[in-house]
Design a binder for this molecule. Structure first.
Ligand code: SF4
Length: 265
């Protein structure tokens, strides 16, 4: 079996415990206006122009984004970092894009990692079939689940899809006692509003099993150049990046509600 991967990041320290190898699957059913990996959205392998500068000359070269990998090839890549994973309590994180868009390949990789004793994390928008989500959830060590915007009209406006299935899936994960962390992208004027934060806390507080932690992810516009390169509309182009210090106060209501909250991934 093969999968389409757009990047593999070694020595990642923000995608789960310890030192990790993060595998970015290509393709995502959402269209988040703030996505800082817009090259991950299209499931196809594409050639895109890349500007190069040598001295005073600039020229444009085509670059292929994404590559097809077999499960054997990817497993070989993952196991090459095994010593760092074992020393640090790390492992592999399957991210994206949306890894559930390549469900069969994800299932195979999670199963193989499990039989090799490699700790696995799956980072997902939870916008997927509940049955598939649960099949992976019981095999993996930890889920990282996005909670973007609570108001469904705003969710559709800024991500292109309803949050109904996402909220339902979080409920099911919790009912089944699957270990999960919630990740909230903190987007000025969208999710970074009093009403959204209070609605998120109310929702999380009613879950039967609480997330093991909450990560507040500050908006940053470091992906602006990618939007130009991929010819995508960039709604947040002129919105300044948030710093971690901007979110210190935002931790308070989560702490008061009894959650273990952290700023950053
Ligand atoms: S779910 Fe993630 S990868 Fe997909 S569009 Fe949103 S931010 Fe980008």
């Amino acid at each position: 079996m093969t999968g389409t991967i757009f990047d593999i990041k070694k020595f990642a320290v923000h995608d789960g415990p310890g030192i990790r190898t993060t595998v970015f699957f290509k393709g995502c059913p959402l269209r988040c206006s703030w996505c800082h990996n817009p090259e991950s959205i299209n499931p196809a392998i594409v050639d895109v122009p890349k500007a190069q500068k040598v001295g005073n000359s600039s020229f444009v070269q085509m670059e292929t984004v994404g590559k097809e990998m077999t499960a054997d090839e990817l497993m070989h890549e993952i196991l090459s970092d095994r010593v760092f994973m074992e020393e640090s309590g790390g492992g592999v994180t399957f991210s994206g894009g949306e890894p559930f868009l390549q469900y069969g390949f994800l299932l195979e990789m999670v199963n193989r990692c499990r039989s090799e004793g490699v700790h696995t994390v799956v980072d997902t928008s939870a916008f997927t079939e509940t049955e598939n989500l649960m099949k992976i959830a019981v095999l993996t060590d930890l889920l990282l689940v996005d909670l973007k915007v609570m108001d469904d009209v705003l969710h559709k406006k800024y991500t292109g899809v309803s949050n109904e299935r996402i909220l339902y899936n979080i409920q099911v994960i919790s009912e089944n006692k699957i270990p999960f962390r919630i990740r909230i992208p903190v987007i000025p004027g969208v999710s970074f509003t009093d009403s959204n934060i209070m609605a998120a806390i109310d929702f999380l507080a009613t879950l039967p099993e609480k997330p093991v932690g909450i990560d507040l992810l500050p908006f940053h516009n470091t992906g602006n150049h990618k939007y130009e390169r991929f010819g995508l509309k960039n709604v947040f182009r002129d919105v300044p990046s948030l710093q971690s210090t901007d979110l210190e106060e935002l931790k308070n209501p989560f702490n008061e509600a009894g959650f273990d909250v952290h700023v950053g991934g």
